[in-house]
Design a protein around this ligand. Structure first.
Ligand code: TXA
Ligand code: MG
Length: 342
């Protein structure tokens, strides 16, 4: 299969490109498209055969449920039942946006393999003009996980999707780089209090400001809430072992020297202003403690490390402010919990 890229990131009339994508989707195919978080790999969520193609293209375990993307808030009731009042408040506050709400699913509407074996369904309305235009032109729901091969970091640009899925999908709609850079927050609204299953662009503080206390089992140390099935798989794994290290120039320099003494080549992911001349490769991810910039740049930097000959990756951590909680969650996943302290 030839993989085509169509760019919609300009002022031209893109209606032909959207129609091409919609034709493929209506015909039971899959299409990669940008959202404000990461690129998604979409299929019509009501078509089980189309959804099956997502799992095949990604090499994704078929017991890990997919998020359903909608183009209008009102569509929630088509796919979910017993939507609680506090969920409506969250939808009003944060949709369109990087927040996935898990509800009891309406039986018999969404294809069974979107949420295999689950009575629940995760739904979100993405805040990206391309995703919204695609959804509204299609006039139906899109099941869409991140558009990476299973085990790779989520794609934040069309080129990442091409690298992972070339020859496996027919079309990538290129809308430029994504804005948030890490995946949506997932919150389970079927329990009381609601439970954050995956930290993301909408922070716990933002949610609690709207609906009061929630639980967040994965708020630190890369530990995962067992109910987010995706969390049991090791995600975002780089080719070489990655260690999280203190964001301190002298500490990182020392670490690189030690590793060089052991004959290892080292790639470093860190803030723009650090000058680690010793590092064999250095990938800056924004100003120190600018967690928004770090979220935008992190997955691209991990992918760049994969293109080097590094034996080991050191990634400077950050604090848990704002999207920092999500960044540290992903970083510690990529590290499989390992921190560099010698
Ligand atoms: O930002 C995002 O959420 C991106 C873009 C494309 O929308 N999508 C994304 O999908 O990250 P994916 O499949 O890579 O991650 C979905 C996560 C998984 O951890 C999955 O287990 C969890 O959401 N999830 C989905 N449906 C669920 C449900 N019904 N109950 C519990 N967790 C669910
Ligand atoms: Mg994913």
């Amino acid at each position: 299969m030839e993989t085509e890229i169509v760019s919609v990131d300009n002022d031209m009339d893109n209606s032909k490109s959207y129609q091409q994508a919609v034709d493929i989707l209506k015909d039971g195919g899959v299409v990669a498209f940008p959202t404000e978080t990461v690129y998604g790999l979409g299929a019509l969520a009501t078509d089980a055969r189309a959804v099956q193609r997502i799992f095949e293209a990604k090499g994704r375990p078929s017991d890990n449920p997919l998020i359903v993307h909608i183009g209008n808030k009102e569509d929630v009731d088509k796919y979910a039942v017993n939507v609680p009042e506090n969920a409506k408040r969250l939808m009003d506050a944060f949709w369109p946006g990087p927040l996935t709400l898990v509800f009891h699913k309406r039986p018999g509407v969404i294809a069974e393999n979107v949420t295999p074996g689950f009575e629940t369904v995760g739904i979100r309305m993405p805040d990206h003009p391309v995703a919204l235009t695609l959804l509204q032109t299609l006039g139906g729901p899109l099941a869409a996980p991140s558009a990476n091969r299973s085990g790779k970091p989520s794609p934040t640009e069309a080129l990442h999707v091409m690298t992972d899925l070339q020859g496996r999908i027919p079309l990538i709609v290129d809308g430029g780089r994504t804005g948030v850079g890490v995946e949506s927050t997932v919150i389970d609204m079927t329990v009381d209090p609601p439970a954050i299953l995956r930290p993301g662009g909408v922070t716990r503080e933002m949610i609690e400001d709207v609906i009061g206390p929630v639980t967040a089992e994965s708020k630190s140390a890369g530990e995962e809430a067992p109910k987010a099935p995706g969390m049991k798989y090791m995600h975002y794994a780089p080719e070489s072992p990655l260690f999280v290290i203190e964001p301190d120039e002298a500490v990182i320099r020392d670490a690189v020297r030690q590793l060089h003494a052991e004959g290892k080549r080292v790639a470093v992911i860190g803030p723009n202003e650090f000058d680690i001349g010793e590092a064999d490769w250095y990938f800056p991810v924004g100003p120190l403690h600018d967690n928004d910039a770090m979220a935008v740049n992190l997955y691209g930097a991990i992918r760049q490390c994969d293109l080097t000959e590094a034996d080991l990756i050191l990634a400077a951590g950050t604090n848990f402010e704002g999207v920092g909680a999500a960044v540290m969650n992903r970083l510690l996943k990529a590290a499989d919990g390992k921190r560099f302290n010698r």
